[in-house]
Ligand binder design. Structure first.
Ligand code: SF4
Ligand code: SF4
Length: 197
C-alpha cells in the first residue's frame, strides 16, 4: 500500500483554490450528485482519495470524467469545499500524469473532439466515431445500431464540413495560454485562513 502523503491534496488545493483537507466525509456531495451512481467512485470517495494522496485512485477514476460540472456538490458541502473545481483539477492532473483510464469513453471523446475542432474548424462526427473506435477497443461494437440509424438520416456526413479553422486554433491557443498563466499564478499551495491545511 502506498504511503499517505499530502502532495496530491496540496496540488489539487492550489489548482482548484479550495481546501480538500476540510472534507469530513458527510457524503452530502455524493447524495446530491446526479451521476454518482454511474461511476466507479462517488464524489466523497474521490475527496478521500485526494486527502490520502492516492493519485491512482483519484486521477485514474472514471467518475471524474462523468462529472458534469453542475456544482450541486459544491452548493451542498457544509465545509464550503469547491468539489466541482476539484474534479476539474483532477482531470487536468490525469492528463498531465498520463493517468487517464484508457477505457473512459468521455475522456477519449473530449480529447478527440478538441483535435477535430482544430483540424476542421468544427466537430466532425464521423471522424470522432471512427477515431474513438480505433483508440478505445471496448467501444468497437458499442452503439453500432445507433450509428447506422444516424448514418441513414444523414447525421454522420462522410466528408467533414469546414468551419473557421484559423479562428478555432486561435481560440484553442488562447485557452491554453490562459490556463498556463492561471497555473503559474497558483503554484503556491493554498493554506486555510483558519490556520490548518
Ligand atoms: S459534502 Fe463536503 S464535507 Fe461532505 S463528503 Fe462531500 S466534500 Fe466532504
Ligand atoms: S459537479 Fe460533478 S461531482 Fe459535483 S454534483 Fe455535479 S456531477 Fe456530481
Amino acid at each position: 500500500m502506498s504511503p499517505i502523503t499530502a502532495e496530491l491534496g496540496k496540488r489539487v488545493n492550489a489548482g482548484a483554490e479550495t481546501n480538500a483537507f476540510k472534507c469530513y466525509q458527510c457524503k452530502r456531495c455524493s447524495i446530491g450528485c446526479p451521476v454518482a451512481s454511474y461511476g466507479d467512485l462517488h464524489p466523497a470517495q474521490v475527496m478521500r482519495a485526494v486527502q490520502l494522496g492516492d493519485i491512482d485512485a483519484a486521477a485514474a477514476s472514471k467518475f471524474i470524467w462523468l462529472c458534469t460540472g453542475c456544482e450541486t456538490c459544491t452548493t451542498r458541502c457544509p465545509q464550503g469545499i469547491d468539489i466541482a473545481a476539484v474534479m476539474d483539477e483532477l482531470r487536468k492532473i490525469a492528463r498531465e500524469e498520463d493517468k487517464v483510464n484508457k477505457d473512459t469513453g468521455f475522456a477519449n471523446v473530449l480529447k478527440l473532439n478538441l483535435d477535430s475542432m482544430k483540424r476542421w474548424g468544427r466537430m466532425s462526427e464521423i471522424e470522432l466515431v471512427a477515431l474513438d473506435k480505433l483508440t478505445r477497443p471496448s467501444s468497437l461494437m458499442a452503439d453500432v445500431g445507433l450509428g447506422i440509424k444516424m448514418f441513414g438520416k444523414g447525421k454522420l456526413p462522410i466528408i467533414p464540413g469546414r468551419g473557421d479553422r484559423k479562428q478555432m486554433r486561435r481560440i484553442a491557443a488562447e485557452a491554453e495560454r490562459i490556463e498556463a498563466e492561471r497555473r503559474r499564478m497558483r503554484r503556491v499551495p493554498i493554506v486555510d485562513k483558519e490556520g490548518g491545511e
